[in-house]
Design a binder for this molecule. Structure first.
Ligand code: ADA
Length: 555
């Protein structure tokens, strides 16, 4: 399953995954042994490959001809792609899509090979040993698209409201492969159409921009997540030769003083942080597993999810759009030191995943804020330069959303002048036995009096405690479910009663697997701070969180 809706009426597409592919590990004790595996998937879920770090070659054969576009929605974490033995694409990072366009392919059967590599090395600045798992595999769908002589590569819609009148700024990117005849572009939203007259387009990319006005719309909000479809069509002699559909929502997000406003109303975030992680699927969760996670998150009374710490599968974003769940989506990084940020590949790899995240997920109304560089070196001048460069990049791509980053630098952060929203990950009562309210008040006061973050919206983007599922003690010892529940209760009450705070993200939704190679020692080689365990079994804290979220005062 690619999206929760069809992106084309004209273009013929078919998913190549969702079937058995050949898989051949290239290193390790099974090197060279070919087997059949389900896709999308992580090889850590193949018997005997739970700890495999290396390369794996996936192969599939299919009939095709003409102009083709192959879209790879996620390969973890480094991909090299060959078509009939010829290299056609390479990509770093598990969490964003990439593609290859092939012209004039001869009719017949063809072979597609993807070599995925999940090794840690100096060439990988973002996928490093960490407090989450970098899996290996073809982890999201691969899609074969039949193209004509030209195609619509992307359509962006930027909604805005002025004096009660809604506007939609649309931008269409057309790629002309071989068409010499005049073509026109027609954009349709609801009953409105915007047409760009026919003309002979140059080879390569042409961009078409325009504004559409709507006197009356159904706005998108968490309470009423109204979605609209934008259809962009490419026509030759008035006949559609290609199309692209996407969805968006009429909603505006901006900051005003200490508030984050959605359609002019202050938001109170009641959220959870969620990794794409599951013992049976690794990071390749199928639709039903994603939907189940979101059903639990909504059952908890949460209104937001933070995609810790990377861009998520679009199926997740589609569901959040439909369910009205607000999303903090962030680029891929966790806890990188200044030395790691000085890796020669860091800036290029971070710029790439940031650009791909914004360009690929731009239209999702559920995303209300972009995050970067979770707990990286925001307490150093070099780090500050990196943070600024990445926030400037996001703003060059999207000025319709605020930006932030989750800091763990307590009173040493020097970057709060950069984002629109100040965000902190704090763990009073877990990493340090400090009363939550006092800790939060002291930290907030420092931000207001000592930093350029003064007066900005303030979010607690992580707070939580560990609890081992099934470990119960009458005296609430650390790691017991009782200790976790009482700690989360104090933490949540402290944050949600702090009127200057715009909300909270609990760390974290579920227990997750972590890298065996990470320096940290954690029971079960798992991060055990989930409200549910890795099999989504509720811990003792679940009902307490549900009670607090469900009765929390929302602005
Ligand atoms: C950090 C980090 C999370 C996780 C958490 C923890 O805040 O952002 O990824 O490692 O700490 O469990 O300690």
């Amino acid at each position: 399953m690619i999206r929760t809706f069809s992106m084309h009426d004209v273009r013929v597409v078919r998913e190549l995954t969702g079937t058995l592919w050949d898989f051949t590990p290239l290193q390790g004790e099974h090197a060279g042994e070919r087997m059949q595996v389900h896709t999308p998937s992580c090889w850590e879920n193949y018997p005997g490959f739970g700890l495999y770090r290396g390369e794996g070659k996936y192969a599939v054969r299919f009939e095709a001809k003409g102009n083709l576009r192959l879209v790879f929605r996620g390969v973890s974490h480094t991909a090299t792609v060959r078509f009939d033995g010829r290299k056609i694409a390479a990509h770093y990072n598990a969490y964003t899509a990439f593609d290859a366009v092939l012209q004039d392919v001869a009719a017949g059967e063809h072979t597609l090979e993807i070599v995925a590599d999940n090794r840690f090395s100096a060439e990988s600045a973002l996928h490093v040993p960490n407090d989450y798992m970098s899996y290996g595999g073809v982890t999201r769908p691969v899609v074969l698209e039949q193209l004509g002589a030209a195609y619509i590569r992307s359509v962006y819609v930027t909604p805005s409201c002025n004096g009660g009148i809604w506007h939609a700024h649309v931008r269409v990117h057309v790629h002309n492969l071989q068409e010499r005849a005049p073509m026109s572009v027609c954009v349709r939203i609801a009953a409105r159409e915007l047409t760009f007259p026919a003309h002979t387009m140059c080879e390569g990319e042409s961009v078409f921009e325009g504004d559409m006005t709507f006197e009356e719309v159904n706005e998108w909000s968490p309470e009423h997540p109204a979605l609209y479809t934008v259809t962009a069509a490419l026509l030759r002699d008035g006949v559609p030769i290609d199309d692209l559909k996407d969805r968006f929502g009429f909603r505006e997000v901006r900051t005003q003083g200490k508030h984050i406003l959605l359609n002019g109303k202050p938001l109170t975030i009641l959220g959870v942080c969620r990794h794409e992680d599951h013992p049976q699927f690794g990071c390749a969760l199928p639709f039903s597993a994603i939907a189940y996670d979101l059903a639990l998150i909504r059952d908890l009374g949460a209104n937001s999810v933070r995609t810790a710490h990377y861009p998520n599968d679009e199926l997740f974003l589609d569901l959040c759009d439909e369910l009205g769940l607000l999303v903090w989506e962030e680029n891929h990084a966790r806890g990188l030191s200044p030395e790691q940020m000085r890796n020669e590949h860091f800036e290029r790899q971070a710029e790439q995943v940031t650009r791909e995240m914004v360009e690929q997920h731009y239209n999702h109304p559920c995303i209300y804020i972009w995050g970067i560089l979770n707990e990286c070196a925001s307490d150093s001048e070099y780090g500050k330069a990196c943070y600024k460069k990445q926030l400037d990049l996001i703003r060059s791509l999207d000025r319709s959303r605020p930006c932030s980053f989750a800091s763990c630098k307590f009173k040493t952060d020097i970057c709060f002048g950069l984002p629109e929203v100040v965000s902190y990950n704090i763990y009073p009562r877990w990493y340090h036995d400090t009363p939550c309210r006092a800790y939060l008040a002291d930290l907030y006061d420092w931000v207001q009096t000592q930093t350029e973050g003064a007066g900005k919206p303030f979010l607690v983007t992580e707070i939580g405690a560990g609890g081992l599922y099934g470990y119960r003690t009458p005296y609430a010892s650390k790691w017991s479910e009782e200790f976790q529940a009482q700690t989360l209760k104090e933490q949540l009450n402290a944050v949600l009663s702090f009127s200057d705070c715009s909300g909270v993200y609990l760390w974290q939704f579920c227990d997750i697997r972590i890298s065996e190679e990470w320096w940290g020692t954690r029971p079960r080689t798992m991060n055990n701070k989930g409200i549910v365990d890795e099999y989504r079994r509720p811990k003792l804290c679940y009902d307490m969180v549900k009670e607090i979220f469900s009765t929390a005062k929302r602005r």
